[in-house]
Design a protein around this ligand. Sequence first.
Ligand code: GLU
Length: 485
Amino acid sequence: MAETIRTRFAPSPTGALHLGNARTAALNWLFARHHGGAFVLRLEDTDTERNVAGGEASIRDGLDWLGLDRDEGPDRGGDYGPYRQSERGERYAARAEALLEAGEAFRCFCTPEELETHRARAVERGDPPGRDPRCAERSPGETDALLAEGRRFAVRLRVPSGAIAFEDRLKGRLSIDGDDLGDMVLVRADGRPTYNFAVAVDDLEMRISHVIRGVGHLSNTPKQVLLYRAFEAEPPTFVHIPTVLAPGGGKLSKRAGATGLLEYRDRGFHPDAVLNYLSLLSWSSPDGEEFLGRSALVRGIDIDRIGATDGEIDEEKLTWLSGQHIRALPPQALAAEWARRPDVASLGLDVSDLERAAEVFAERTQLYTDAATELGGVFAPPELSGERAAAVLAADASMAALEAARRVWDETEWTPARLKPALRDVAKATGLAGREFFAPVRVALTGRAHGPDIADVAYALGRERTLSRLATAIDFVQRFREGAG
Ligand code: GLU
């Protein structure tokens, strides 16, 4: 039977997601979806001092924005919960107890001071520092006596000397000497599980098949592999992925500032572009195609193609991709996105206005936030009496141009494909040179000398607004001439 693919994203709620941990989440999600498997969210929240208020909610918001839906998690439930480590204390205790019973682990009654003295002596003698034979070899009678005294103890794993080998899917076979690890602590004297113990217990109990995570966790892996062995279980496939660096090459931080995931949302990036970009940072599609939608990403992900080099965030490319994804949206969807933004809503435009604008201006849009300026520039009533606008309208040819434009567009079907050639043809018929004809029309519609293609502007404005703006400009020129004459 084929293996069930189960991946997990296991953030600590110590801050908002940045592009680095979002990338880890994205690869786990894509891989699970590619194989029809399950994507699990697990909160590693045992370090209560580092947890921040709202950390879990902001992680979920980030995942939701990227469209990384979970099959199991703290907000979804599932067969292998609970999905917050802070709620799994009993499981860690039971697992520790089982290891003690099996003789794989032992109780260590040393105080921190004793451990320190022992460590210093071992280093002096050239012995492995992380072992303490007194506790490791205590007889059951001795242990019971200490327990009866109420002595506190840590639970430590018996780590064998010699090579502990493990496989990483990208890095191949790696190994570390057990003496360098020492008898690692699984449960501290205060009862809290250590990080590696909790992760291994959870990955095992949640039946995670693939652990895809940052290369920074490579050094934790042999410790986790030892625990799988102690539990007589197969370890998952480990895939340690290179690091994502901030623009300019620095480290990403949880107080991420410019690289916080949700800041990209607020800056107007299309979420699929961010997903697309995070994937490109990791692997490339065999045909070199860079603009990939969600289903293409799910289809195309190949963890064996993940490169070894760290990736630096390239905002220019991310912005370009955002433009590609925005352009691929149906105009209704783009208009709806725009309408949700307060700066666009404050322009007071109808849905139909936004939809026409989306049809012709998507090409000029890279970020959703570009819209307010662009739309404001087009839809705001033109100021004709400004110095530059008035100068254009005062030119001899302006009246002929405005009247010709009004006449021809009045009779033209209102589509960008018809409006453009109609205006071009009538311009030619008037015999006016390009600028002489087009500049007054542009000023009549927008009050400005530059901007998007003027037929596109007319289309976005709609027939009624366009013809009325032309009529106003014709009036304006008339009055100006009468005044001048
Ligand atoms: N909680 C760890 C982190 O936020 C991830 C642990 C793991 O993926 O194994 O870095």
